[in-house]
Design a protein around this ligand. Structure first.
Ligand code: DCP
Ligand code: MG
Ligand code: MN
Length: 338
């Protein structure tokens, strides 16, 4: 939930917050999760502060502000900028690195490798680098995969999957998740939960993998399978889809969910990712554990909050009940942004 009172331009630390925010966005782009979280927490502390923070010592007294962040806060106060941020913005290879990281399936380590090997453009990569088939697809459809999908089009992709699946078995239920369920006007990809009343994961998986995917591929709707995962933390099929008459490839995720886990899965796949992180943290503070399969109690934790036992399942069928048990008022999906 956005803090509206403080943190705006009326906040005495507005400039410091602005610079830290840019640094945070840089680390987020670099997929440096630890620094991103550390910066977010420090920024949240500063937003709540009503006095101007100028020295390292004052900064050190704020919650979530350690020695190094305190030094940066002082630097911003006295110089109105941050050398680390200037450096980041000037690194010549940085723009290339960030572009490579936008290729589907490419993270920081693969992108850095390519930069270190001297590649500077997508053309370089496709002509000279040794690439996996998925990387080739990611590069060939770079523009498509990085453009936003209008809400109406997200619905059309969902409709094709729904109608095809329900023609085979009308009991299947398909729900569009992710940014679409949060009401956003466009999305980065199409996230579809597929479930069926009283069905097990096996039941759903066998229809989707042996029948649905081949059928949609034969239509020319599904163009490529990019990743599949079947394990304890979920069952999913990631690929690309194209509407009839269109040439634009979209990223589509089929998320297979057994009926008895539908509530926990709805909660997880609605996001956003930061909302998920905070509600999980809240669960862990109450001695419980929340994941995409359910809410568990009697989880025993060691000194550093690490899990010692799995705990027993409390709720997984109803999204609303999970909120209730956690003692959190129901939050409409459109408000699940942190
Ligand atoms: N999710 C998460 N943590 C992640 C990835 C995903 O909690 N690291 C959850 C929350 C997301 C949902 O899964 O909202 C769908 O993931 P997406 O990556 O598709 O993200 P969104 O749909 O929210 O945004 P976009 O419009 O970019 O697809
Ligand atoms: Mg999405
Ligand atoms: Mn997705």
């Amino acid at each position: 939930h956005k803090n509206t009172g403080m943190g705006g331009s009326d906040n005495p630390n507005a400039r410091t917050i602005q610079v830290l925010q840019q640094m945070c966005e840089y680390y987020n782009k670099m997929q440096d999760q630890w620094r991103t979280i550390a910066y977010r927490k420090a920024i949240a502390s500063l937003r709540k502060e009503t006095k101007k923070i100028s020295t390292r010592k004052e900064a050190r007294n704020l919650p979530y502000v350690g020695e190094r962040l305190a030094a940066k806060i002082e630097e911003i106060f006295f110089t109105d900028r941050l050398r680390r941020l200037d450096n980041a913005q000037q690194e010549p290879t940085d723009a290339v690195l960030q572009m490579f990281m936008k290729i589907y399936g490419v993270g920081f380590s693969q992108a850095s490798k390519w930069v270190n090997q001297g590649y500077r453009s997508l053309e370089d990569l496709s002509a000279r680098a040794k690439l996996t088939e998925n990387q080739r697809i990611g590069i060939r459809h770079f523009e498509d995969f990085n453009s936003r999908i209008p809400r109406k089009e997200v619905e059309q992709h969902g409709k094709i999957v729904r109608e095809t699946l329900q023609a085979m078995d009308p009991a299947f239920e398909i729900t569009i998740m992710g940014s679409y369920r949060r009401g956003m006007k466009d999305s980065g990809d199409i996230d579809l939960i597929i479930t069926k009343k009283n069905a097990s994961l096996q039941d759903i998986r066998s229809i989707v993998i042996t029948t649905l995917v081949p059928k949609l591929s034969a239509f020319g709707f599904l163009k490529a399978g990019l990743a599949t995962m079947y394990n304890d933390s979920g069952s999913k099929w990631h690929g690309a889809s194209v509407l009839p008459g269109s040439k634009v490839w979209r990223r589509i995720d089929l998320l297979l969910v057994p009926w008895n886990e539908i509530g926990a899965a709805m909660l997880y796949f609605t996001g956003n990712d930061i909302f998920n992180r905070s509600i999980r943290l809240l669960a862990s503070k109450k001695g419980m554990r929340l994941n995409q399969r359910g809410l568990y109690k009697d989880v025993s934790r060691g000194q550093n909050r690490q899990k010692l036992t799995e705990g027993t399942l409390v709720e997984s069928r109803s999204e609303r009940k999970i909120f209730q048990i956690l003692g959190v008022p129901w939050r409409d999906p459109v408000h699940r942004i942190c």
